[in-house]
Design a binder for this molecule. Sequence first.
Ligand SMILES: [Zn+2]
Length: 255
Amino acid sequence: MSDDRLKLTVLGSATPYPAPGNPCSGYLVSCGDTHVWLDAGTGTLGPLQEHVRLGDLVGVWISHLHADHSADLLTAYYGLLYADIARPAPLPLFGPPGTADRLAGFLTNGPARSPVEDAFAFTELHDGHEARIGPLTLTTAAVSHGMPAFAVRVEGGGRTLVYSGDTAPCAGLVRLASGCDLLLCEADGPQPADEEHVHHTPEEAGETAAASNATRLVVTHVARATSPAEAVERAASRFAGPVAHADPGAVFVID
Ligand SMILES: [Zn+2]
């Protein structure tokens, strides 16, 4: 029997490079047989296939073009065009403006530009972009990461999850996450004092969850100097609901 509940599977959550046993940022959102890959961080394409074949995905959504969120698009392209996968049409890919050219810039090895549009059907994201994919609705909001970057609200099975992508605390994320059942929020901070504020600290992740009235919080993209347990404890100091860490392989059923 098909399970039509909204599900979040953590493929990886390490930053800014993979850890042993933990790829970079990547998640699978599922509702029944509909599966969308959120962020194609380094190393996530392997674990993704423990749940769904690359050719059976219905879409990919990329928060921003830092490599720890997008690098596995490069080898997904090889899979989609040059291996054993036969799709009737390119795989829909929602990403920041310029995603197609960035991929082609890396993949092109000769005088002719690599045909990235044969692998992916690109849609450039903007603040307020909405996509309907099977039973899922994906609503995108611009967030604050010092470059074009987005968060996404995924609705399906009567439930809602919101993924922050990478961002400092910002009103756009709180608005997007308003009343969500699960907030998957980065907690990478603090940054060195002389750098721009482009991430949440764990405490700020808790504050964003509280401000948006989220039911539960999952912290992810935790700085390597911080243990997952410490990040959870610090976030929970600012948020009364349940808090967990995005352990690789963890599955959160949202019901
Ligand atoms: Zn980033």
